[in-house]
Design a protein around this ligand. Structure first.
Ligand code: COI
Length: 354
């Protein structure tokens, strides 16, 4: 249990127009910080005014990408209360990430306590307009000033919050995806399963390429054979082919998404066949030609459930479901967002109050 000190500001910012939030543009009045020192552990938990960090220019996070992060959301309920979606799953994932990255991790209960404390402090910032939420970004940085490559002796865990609307400017309309066949995102034994900034930094070149070609995001193939589908830039990816729903297995190169996990649980509950076997991109394109590629969608905390309308792989283009949102995609979107925003009963026991 963290002993959190509060240093609250009287200088509150103006709230942004809830109709024009975008994603990750506005930040709330406060942030959560707790320090970690080798030999001492976590100490000095505090909620302080949101402000630039004091960081030594030699801080190891700046040089060797020694950092990790998480993403989750707080949702305004119809009765005005606020709920979180499976925050314990984010805490568990950060523990797995940090083990791989040699970073200290907060125990699950402390992570959840910190998230609840900052959201409670910033409760006025949780928007209530349809499709909006408060995005919560916990992250860990190595703060020790040292230029030799080794683990850091000091770290900070922080949480910042941002009121958000849709991740894609297209909203819930289908996105166009470019299948990357040149660059790779992850290989076995690497950091593909972690949520570390380096994974995203290394992915940008493909995103730039995709944008230049008129596509919104990249679908990554496996890094060894460039043959099997893995994940999309900021989402896990699902393919409904001939009635079965496929998604890449979480065997080390794919991010174990909380929304991914929740979709699989719902699909199984609804009686769909779900396969987490590897799926070749050639089979996806063939299924499209044969008229068996029924739906493609991405899942993520930021992106929620995002239908994919077009996939381009080399010189082939698959148009999915005539650019319309598929039935399963729609049902998952309605169910997950209904549970999150409290307009449907939380039969799965996924949400928790603050
Ligand atoms: C999330 O969905 O929370 C993510 O972390 C994606 C992010 C890189 C925008």
């Amino acid at each position: 249990m963290l002993d959190i000190r509060y240093e609250l500001t009287q200088q509150k910012k103006d709230k942004p127009d809830p109709q024009k939030l975008g994603f990750g543009v506005h930040y709330t009045d406060h942030m959560f910080i707790v320090d970690h020192t080798e030999g001492i552990g976590w100490h000095d938990a505090r909620i302080v005014p949101y402000a630039p960090l004091q960081l030594d220019p030699a801080a190891m996070t700046l040089h060797y990408a020694m950092e990790s992060f998480e993403g989750l959301k707080a949702y305004r309920q119809p009765d005005g209360s606020i709920r979180l979606f499976r925050p314990d799953k984010n805490a568990e994932r950060m523990i797995n990430t940090n083990r791989r990255m040699c970073l200290p991790a907060l125990p699950v209960e402390d992570f959840v306590q910190a998230v609840k404390a900052i959201v409670k402090t910033e409760e006025d910032w949780v928007p209530s307009e349809e499709g909006t939420s408060l995005y919560i970004r916990p992250f860990v940085i190595a703060t020790e000033p040292h230029l030799g490559v080794r683990t850091s002796k000091t770290h900070q865990f922080l949480i910042i919050c941002s009121p958000v609307g849709a991740y894609y400017s297209t909203g819930i309309n289908p996105v166009k995806i470019f299948v990357e066949d040149e660059y790779t995102r992850a290989t076995p034994g690497g950091t593909g399963f972690t949520k570390c900034g380096g994974n995203y930094a290394a992915s940008l070149i493909s995103q730039v390429k995709a944008h230049e070609l008129g596509y919104e995001q990249t679908l990554w193939l496996d890094g060894v054979e460039h043959k099997y589908v893995e994940e999309v830039g900021s989402m896990n990816c699902f393919f409904k082919i001939g009635g079965t729903v496929y998604t890449a297995p979480c065997t080390g190169t794919v991010l174990p998404g909380v929304t991914r996990m929740s979709c699989i649980e719902l699909l199984k509950k609804w009686g769909y066949a779900v396969s987490e076997e590897r799926l070749a991109i050639a089979d996806v394109m063939k299924a499209s030609q044969d008229g068996r590629l029924e739906e493609v969608f991405g899942t993520g905390t930021a992106a929620v459930i995002s239908p994919v309308g077009e996939l381009r792989f080399e010189d082939q283009v698959a148009y999915i479901n005539d650019g319309r949102i598929g039935e399963v995609t729609h049902r998952l979107y309605d169910t997950i967002t209904g549970i999150q925003w409290g307009t449907l009963p939380d039969d799965m026991g996924w949400t928790t109050g603050i």
